[in-house]
Write a protein that binds this ligand. Structure first.
Ligand code: DGJ
Length: 731
């Protein structure tokens, strides 16, 4: 890992084992992009810029018609001086003008990685793990500096980027657009891949050719959203799961975002990612700094599989934090689909009895334990236990659960407020709203105005009180609606378009306070399932409930799509009842178990209603999972068959030292004229011998990867099989 600055040619070269990233300062101080891709030992401008006189491309220097800002590859493009592509940055001055002109001012290279105050980000644990470069651009006319920070990691083919804007002038500046990263690729021979979806149908993979013009994905919902994930990748044509070049961008942010690619007239393209400029402005007073979220850019020459493994390793080890980061995750029972709002202490205890007998380790009490919440119309904000349901209180229930040898976990939805709540009656002004306009309800609730410090303080105080009141080891942090009528009664008119971002800053503050005060608690985020499955949330909470859809067949796609970016240890996956409550499908217990075992295993059904045969099956599932979960949660992940392409899915997990592997194969529907499937494994040591745990047969890693495994024909719909291999020493 190195950052080299060639003083003479003004070239910056960031490199590590797998990737290089090169920029240059041109005469005039324009910072341009020259290369990003496979690692290069020493860069000597074999691919210099060619300057041509192009029609309709204006020239800052009339004597040089071949130089135009419209045709050079910028590193952080601005609006107004002849580059007509989408800018990374735009502002507005008090005189109404919206142009700026950024030129190189200075730079510094330093070991390690700096923190982003108040924002989530990847981190280095010491100065040897990463090296950083800060390039300061300035608009001398305005007294504005734009610090571009790049960090390259020693052990990951990833570069993080963020931007800090400082107003050194005397007047207010209004920021209209501040991307976290922008890359001007020097050609357009890519396909574009994004993850789209909806509630209960998150992170579907969509791949299509780039077309001329702008293609964009966004969220304007106040959350990163299930509709689009803040991720995009550019793939070289022919790149696939295991080969080819991939350039990926992921925003470490949980709110409104824009990720886009613009293919311009001369077959180059500009990719950028950052806060969504739609309905966003930020007033930057003299002396103030605005810090963007971080973008994590990953280069892979080993296709999407390589890209995913880089994100997984980086996020698992240097985004997630806290004592649970490296710990195997507990197997849980959640009462939501078992009881919904309709429970009492006795019902919960009977569920806990069964859970304990099956080997479950954590009991999670979901929505409905507080206020008088018998349905979703009331009580959010009133985080006091409902004595009708739990007459002896939370601590008593938690102790009873713990007496059975299980930990106790609790659900909250701290960002929300019900109209029917004491909190709303006392503080109707505490919701996100626009004065004089009706407020739109979503799931019968309003959103608390987290741009207000006193609201954040309230949340921290009441949640802290509950967490101190009982032995709670796990928290599920939910968020079940998006923002409407975005505005705040606490902020002046000129700051109303800051509210969506201020909401997220408030949320990060609240989560930082609570998670750091309770380091022993395992936090899992949730937003109607996987509606806020983003790296911003993972910085505070190392796992996310992947979807409200617990149907095994739907989950094949959801978990496969999620795995493109997010580590397996972050994916909550539960076995639920059939017919499934979301899609009403009846699937086998085999496939439901195997799909849930492919993430952080949990159960979400009424265990007391299972047959003895089903309980035996689950008991076995649980004891098997306990043996293999460290490989599943923390191993290297390889996708083998893509459920988006057909009737089957397969994936595997390989321990870091390649001693152990777990393979999952899934077939959705039985087919006439059944094909025989040979599944070629991946990630094993080719020279090692592996013993198949179930049969005791021994195969070489090379054989398993090249000849593959024959999958036995399984009859009927919704079939699946798990294989476990362990390396053996042959004498
Ligand atoms: C949405 C979550 O995704 C569910 O698991 C459950 O917690 C409900 N909210 C409770 O209201």
């Amino acid at each position: 890992m190195n950052i080299h600055f060639d003083e003479k040619r003004k070239i910056f070269h960031l490199s590590n084992k797998g990737t290089s990233y090169v920029m240059k300062v041109l005469d005039g101080g324009y910072l341009v992009h020259l290369y990003w891709g496979r690692s290069i030992v020493s860069y000597n401008e074999s691919n210099p810029l060619i300057f041509l006189d192009r029609g309709f491309s204006p020239n800052p220097n009339p004597m040089n018609r071949s130089f135009s800002l419209d045709t050079i590859p910028h590193e952080y493009p601005v609006y107004g001086n002849g580059d007509y592509r989408q800018p990374a940055f735009q502002l507005q001055l008090e005189d109404g003008s919206t142009i700026s002109d950024l030129r190189y001012h200075s730079h510094r290279i330093y070991h390690g990685k700096s923190v982003l105050k108040g924002l989530p980000a990847t981190y280095a644990e010491n100065d040897k793990e990463a090296i950083s470069l800060e390039i300061v651009l300035e608009d001398a006319h305005l007294g504005l500096s734009v610090a571009l920070t790049y960090c390259i990691f020693r052990d990951h083919d990833a570069i993080s980027r963020s931007v800090a804007i400082t107003n050194h002038g005397q007047c207010n500046i209004k920021l209209l657009r501040v991307s976290s990263a922008s890359v001007d690729f020097r050609d357009d021979e890519f396909e574009w891949l994004t993850l789209y979806g909806s509630h209960t149908n998150e992170r579907n993979i969509e791949r299509r050719p780039l077309t001329h013009g702008v293609q964009a994905i966004t969220s304007a919902r106040g959350a990163s959203s299930p509709q689009q994930n803040p991720f995009m990748a550019l793939l070289r044509k022919g790149a696939d799961e295991s080969k080819g070049e991939v350039y990926a961008f992921n925003l470490v942010y949980s709110g409104n975002f824009l990720a886009q690619v613009e293919v311009e007239q001369y077959h180059t393209c500009r990719a950028s990612i950052g806060i969504n400029p739609f309905d966003f402005t930020w007033l930057l007073g003299p002396g103030e700094t605005f810090q963007t979220p971080e973008a994590v850019m990953v280069f892979s020459s080993d296709g999407l599989g390589g890209m995913s493994r880089t994100y997984h390793e980086l996020y698992r080890s240097r985004l997630c934090r806290g004592k649970h980061r490296d710990r195997v995750r507990p197997i849980l029972i959640n009462n939501w689909e078992a009881t919904y709002f309709n429970f009492d202490a006795q019902k919960l205890e009977s569920l806990a009895d069964e859970a304990q007998r099956l080997g479950i380790e954590l009991f999670v009490l979901d929505d409905g334990w507080f206020g008088h919440r018998d349905d979703d119309t009331s009580s959010l904000g009133d985080w006091q236990v409902d004595k009708r349901k739990l007459p002896d209180g939370l601590a008593d229930l938690a102790e009873r659960i713990r007496a059975r040898g299980m930990e106790f976990g609790l659900w909250f939805e701290p960002e929300m407020i019900s109209e029917d709540s004491h909190l709303y009656r006392e503080h109707p002004d505490w919701c996100i709203q626009v004065e004089g306009r009706p407020k739109t309800l979503g799931r019968n609730q309003f959103v608390l105005d987290l741009s207000r410090p006193e609201v954040c303080d309230y949340i921290v105080r009441v949640i802290t009180e509950v967490l101190n009141s009982a032995p709670i080891s796990y928290v599920k942090w939910d968020m079940n609606r998006h923002l409407t009528e975005v505005g705040s009664l606490a902020w002046p008119p000129e700051r109303q378009r800051e509210i969506a971002h201020r909401y997220i800053l408030g949320l990060y503050h609240v989560m930082e306070q609570i998670t750091s005060s309770f380091p022993d608690i395992l936090f899992e985020s949730c937003s109607g399932g996987g509606g806020r499955f983003d790296p911003g949330m993972l910085f505070y909470m190392p796992q996310t409930w992947a979807s409200d859809n617990s149907d095994a067949v739907s989950r094949l796609n959801i978990q496969y799509g999620t795995s493109l970016v997010y580590p397996i240890s972050t994916i909550g996956a539960h076995v639920s009842v059939v017919p499934n409550h979301q899609v009403h499908r009846v699937t086998s217990l085999d496939i439901r178990s195997h799909v849930a075992m492919s993430g952080n295993l949990g159960f979400e059904l009424d265990l007391t209603k299972l047959s003895e045969e089903e309980k035996d099956f689950i008991r076995t599932t649980i004891s098997q999972y306990k043996e293999i979960r460290s490989v599943i949660q923390f191993g290297d992940f390889y996708r083998l068959l893509d459920p988006f392409q057909g009737n089957e899915a397969a994936w595997m997990f390989v321990s870091e030292n390649k001693n152990e592997a777990v393979v999952g194969y899934f077939k959705v529907l039985a087919q006439p004229g059944e094909r025989i499937r040979f599944l070629r494994l991946n990630g094993l040591h080719p020279d090692a011998k592996y013993k198949h745990a179930e049969t005791g047969r021994i195969y070489g890693g090379d054989e398993l990867m090249h000849a593959g495994l024959t999958i036995p024909v399984m009859h009927g719909d919704f079939t699946s099989v798990f294989y476990r291999f362990q390396q053996v020493e042959l004498t």
